[in-house]
Design a protein around this ligand. Structure first.
Ligand SMILES: NC(=O)c1ccc[n+]([C@@H]2O[C@H](COP(=O)([O-])OP(=O)(O)OC[C@H]3O[C@@H](n4cnc5c(N)ncnc54)[C@H](OP(=O)(O)O)[C@@H]3O)[C@@H](O)[C@H]2O)c1
Length: 394
């Protein structure tokens, strides 16, 4: 196994998945279809801000937990993030309520009165907050994962509000068995996962699933690698595939025969699906996958880059690594150690049969990432200064 870390032993992980006794089942206070006020974590992040937009589009009032000293700076952070993703003009900001707090603190760091008021208002919880960093070892994520997951579950109990938890397809890890993984297939084992990030997401899932066993109403959502908005191209620049693309364009070289193959899925589809599924009472207790129509390989990405007008020369992987390592300002430089983890002989495939059942009649369909959509993404990156204009590339 290629591994960035050897810590995160099975015993430690098993202990971390023990759910506190105070989290116990309840009946939702409001039927899923009649919810009007929801609580959202992670709205200053990428997926979270698009989920915010989707929930607002559905007419909901969204109470957003934001790490900040006070309401004004929390609001400023949220608005800055809407601008980052070209969302500030389309968003119904009058239905956003900011809650300054930290998901890992007891009651998020709110006073008892503020916490009680929040619990009295909200009718569903969408939890996307997480430390998404492929370089952080599990031992530095475990405390955040354990307390963060417990705190959103405690709020769910206090508010009698279902928890809609955002996980990742990374919880399947990699094993000899290459059968496509469906929503109900076995995940883990976490101890074999090379990234602390995926270990921590698996641990969070176990806590949420134990809460489900105790009767806490939940839905669990596992997106594939999330790419930008299919209409505007807005995407996060820290996504590792985009860092790989940006770094290759910056260096003017692309690795030949690189065994990268990934399922990539536009963020607007992911968020529309999460919100549509969560709005259905019958979906409670279920696990749902948000995947693109097909996995995309390295040669296809190379062709997309060229069709968007960027010049790249194919070189051996060694030469590509040398070119990236030679420039500390290269977008891929910080992730160079993870490059080999991106290579897979046989990438895992996934299915989404249960999810599709809940999308019937909604009109929600996942767009394919093709040359045209890649061009829309590239234009967003050029417009925001994350990529050189094609004519200026190496
Ligand atoms: N991006 C993907 O391709 C992908 C794929 C599958 C699953 N997911 C899942 O989707 C979720 C969002 O991912 P992302 O890529 O959008 O990540 P992101 O851009 O890094 O956003 C993470 C969010 O979590 C918040 N957060 C972290 N620690 C917090 C804390 N202690 N208290 C309150 N908020 C905290 C961050 O707030 P600050 O701004 O204060 O740091 C930020 O708003 C994660 O659960 C991730 O596992 C993402």
């Amino acid at each position: 196994m290629t591994s960035l870390e050897i810590e995160g032993a099975a015993e430690q992980i098993a202990a971390d998945t023990e759910l506190a006794a105070d989290i116990q089942g309840f009946t939702p206070g409001t039927p899923a279809g009649s919810v009007s006020d929801v609580f959202l974590t992670g709205a200053t992040g990428f997926l979270g801000v698009f989920l915010l937009e989707e929930l607002l589009d559905r007419g909901l009032t969204v109470h957003c937990l934001v790490r900040a000293a006070d309401v004004d700076s929390a609001r400023d952070r949220l608005h800055a993030n809407l601008e980052t993703y070209d969302l500030s003009e389309s968003t119904a900001t009058d239905r956003i309520r900011v809650v300054p707090g930290d998901v890992t603190l007891p009651k998020f760091g709110l006073s008892d009165d503020d916490y009680a008021e929040l619990a009295g208002r909200i009718e569903a919880i969408y939890h996307t907050a997480a430390k998404v960093n492929f370089l952080t070892p599990y031992k530095w994520l475990r405390k955040q994962t354990i307390s963060g997951t417990h705190e959103v579950l405690r709020l769910a109990c206090a508010a009698t509000a279902p928890l809609h938890h955002v996980s990742t397809l990374g919880v399947f890890g990699t094993t000899e068995n290459t059968d496509p993984r469906g929503e109900l297939d076995t995940t883990g084992p976490a101890a074999d996962m090379p990234l602390g990030y995926t270990k921590s997401k698996w641990v969070a899932e176990q806590l949420v699933l134990e809460a489900d066993n105790r009767g806490v109403p939940i839905t669990m959502h596992r997106p594939a690698q999330v790419w930008g908005d299919s209409k505007t191209g807005a995407c996060q620049k820290n996504d590792f595939v985009w860092r790989f693309i940006t770094g290759s364009i910056q260096a003017g070289v692309y690795p030949r025969n690189f065994r990268l193959k990934m399922n990539l899925v536009p963020v607007d589809y992911v968020c529309a699906t999460i919100a549509a599924v969560a709005a259905q009472e019958a979906a409670l207790g279920g696990i749902y996958h948000q995947i693109g129509p097909a996995a995309i390989d390295s040669d296809t990405i190379r062709d997309f880059i060229r069709s968007a007008g960027f010049e790249i020369k194919e070189v051996s992987i060694i030469k590509w690594l040398k070119a990236i390592s030679a420039d500390v300002d290269n977008a891929m430089f910080p992730l160079i150690r993870t490059t080999m983890l991106m290579e897979q002989e046989e990438p895992l495939l996934f299915t989404d049969h249960l999810t599709r059942r809940f999308l019937d009649g909604t009109g929600i369909e996942c767009p394919s990432i093709d040359e045209k959509l890649f061009g829309t993404y590239a234009s967003f990156f050029v417009r925001h200064g994350h990529l050189p204009a094609p004519a200026q590339s190496a």
